[in-house]
Design a protein around this ligand. Sequence first.
Ligand SMILES: [Zn+2]
Length: 245
Amino acid sequence: MLDVAKASWVQVKDAADRGVLAVLAVGAVEQHGAHLPLLTDTVLAAGVARRVAQGLDALLLPPVAYGDAWNNEGFAGTISLSPTTLRAVVEDIGRGLHRIGVKGLLTVNGHFGNREPIALAARTLAELGLPVLHLDYPKLEVFAGEVCDSAPAGNHFYHADEVETSMMLALAAETVAMDKAAPEYPAFPETFGLEPMQLSTFNRSGVFGDPRPATAEKGEALIRKIVEESLRLAAIWKTRHSIGL
Ligand SMILES: [Zn+2]
């Protein structure tokens, strides 16, 4: 793995000449309750991306720290990119990689609202000739069921809960205030997902679920499983695109 944050251009050129892949974490500056920092999604995605890059001997790109967190703007500190901006950022990064000969891009997304802009950027980049595998913590709902004790607040909805808090305890424990961790199981309006909706209209604390049973060991198990599954999918994707390495 080559960490682009610490590498010289010469090192990146050597890697690109060998036909390297690149891994990009995409996160968000978004509220995560009173016990987790605003940068949670970026820290988690970057932690997973680092291990995926190690597993693929790939370029580890500096993360995109901001994402499309529009529906959490009711909470102070959430600073969002528009979907158009985020899509353009990922496309521009992909173009830069393609220009120097990188063979493919894997995105590791840590925030639900980024999914669509990243998928659309991936389509543009694929048309330009850069294959993109856009990963969203694959099989997280299965792994959360295996590892965690508390119930999720909603279907496939993990936000400032036992899942995210455990992963933060594994990656950046010094930024977690467990004494402020408190549960909230909001009642989702029936039209949730069917209309643009600020989460602050039905959620008071910013937490969805119960972060209290979180531990670093659970977080480590979740991250390990997510990385294994990501690498399994990456191998299939590489074969589909005849990427050697
Ligand atoms: Zn999050």
